[in-house]
Design a protein around this ligand. Structure first.
Ligand SMILES: *Cc1c(COP(=O)(O)O)cnc(C)c1O
Length: 384
């Protein structure tokens, strides 16, 4: 209360929690729609529990905002959305495993097909049901991961042969979209365009061509927008920095998630005292430390040991020693009024200091996606 810094976050009775702003998710979605315009479908990616923002709540928010498509990674994620009442189309981007196909079809999920063998399987399932099943076909244009690697005539033949299945989308995924010093994206784009042109020559015109995740949208690589884009990161408020001579960013989004943790203990330690496993930190002078009720089991990267910082009452407070499984020690020598039960900010803003997932990732030697996806399920989700 004596702190001059306005703490605008509310505290909740949890050891550690994230606050996800539904209005910010909605605003990020609208910003993407505005950038690509009304003729291009925006299909938000809500895989991995919406990058840990909570797929059900995020999907409800997006559906209310008018999203007609959502993308998930696997059947289980799609079923969870159906069970929550989500009625948009749902594209399953990385599944079609033999043991999930029946459930995928039963829940009205749309598969991405990655191989001719899978296309035959889908055709067989469709014939058995006497009903045409829609699919999106993925081309491996150079990512070297999922997708068909074949020339256009072979692909056209496979599509025609699968009479029970209906090609609705043709897609690919870029390996180096953020690297403007690389020609890989241009090469992938060319290969994809050639394939699409070859299919068009054979009279095959899928409704949706789609290639772009967040980066090609944010840096306006319009040639790669097709008829649909698949942003994930940007929905949550992030755009990774580009390398090389990148054009200016055309997309403005903001993080939708704040991550906080409670102070479990505050104490004074004398000069020379060691802190945490391995005695990785030795106090260079008398200090006041706070022990946070969150550790690497909650998703604080262990690599932040002796490196990371949190925001405590509006001030940066460095992590001391090793991040433990359930606990993290911070220096609060300069935050004398912090008390047990107060909350600190791991990701988010207090006053004019902020830490986002990209900064945390840089300090931990990982990527912002990894930081977000690392926030453990035991961290409570609160929607504001
Ligand atoms: C995860 C994913 C996306 C979304 O990527 P972002 O970088 O988060 O926008 C798009 N397409 C595919 C195939 C993906 O796997």
């Amino acid at each position: 209360m004596s702190s001059p810094v306005q703490d605008n976050s509310q505290r909740y009775p949890y050891r550690s929690w994230v606050e996800v702003s539904r209005p910010q998710i909605a605003a990020n979605f609208r910003a993407i729609r505005e950038v690509v315009g009304p003729d291009i479908e925006v299909m938000p990616v809500v895989k991995a529990d919406a990058y840990r923002h909570g797929a059900v709540e995020v999907s409800r928010t997006l559906e209310r905002e008018g999203a007609r498509w959502l993308a998930v990674s696997n059947t289980e994620e799609g079923i969870a959305l159906r069970e929550a009442g989500i009625q948009t189309r749902i594209l399953v981007m990385a599944d079609f495993l033999p043991f999930t196909r029946e459930a995928m079809i039963a829940s009205d999920l749309t598969p991405v097909i990655h191989s001719f063998a899978d296309l035959c399987e889908l055709d067989r399932l469709a014939q058995a049901r006497g009903k045409r099943l829609k699919y999106h076909l993925k081309i491996d244009s150079g990512m070297g991961r999922l997708g068909v690697r074949a020339d256009a005539p072979a692909i056209a033949q496979a599509i025609v042969d699968a009479k029970g299945a209906e090609l609705e989308g043709l897609m690919t995924h870029f390996a180096s979209a953020a690297d403007y010093g690389s020609t890989q994206t241009a090469e992938q784009l060319k290969l994809f365009e050639n394939t699409a042109a070859g299919l068009a020559n054979a009279g095959i015109h899928p409704a949706f061509l789609h290639l772009s995740s967040t980066i090609p949208v944010a840096y306006a690589r319009r040639a790669a927008w097709g008829r649909m884009v698949r942003p994930g990161h940007a929905i949550y408020g992030y755009v990774s920095p580009a390398r090389g001579h990148a054009p200016g960013r055309v997309l403005n989004v903001k993080p939708a998630l704040t991550w906080r943790a409670s102070v479990l203990s505050v104490k004074d330690i004398p000069v020379g005292a060691l802190i945490g496993y391995g005695g990785m930190f030795r106090a260079p002078h008398d200090m006041r430390v706070a022990v946070l009720a969150a550790g690497y089991a909650d998703g604080i990267p262990h690599r932040l040991s002796n490196k990371g910082s949190v925001i405590a009452k509006g001030k940066l407070a460095p992590m001391l020693g090793a991040v433990s499984m359930d606990l993290t020690v911070i220096d609060v020598s300069h935050v004398p009024d912090i008390a047990v039960g107060d909350a600190v900010t791991l990701l988010g803003r207090e006053g004019n200091i902020s830490i986002d997932a990209q900064q945390m990732a840089r300090a931990a030697g990982t990527i912002s996606y990894g930081v977000l996806c690392g926030i453990h399920a035991r961290v409570k989700r609160i929607y504001v």
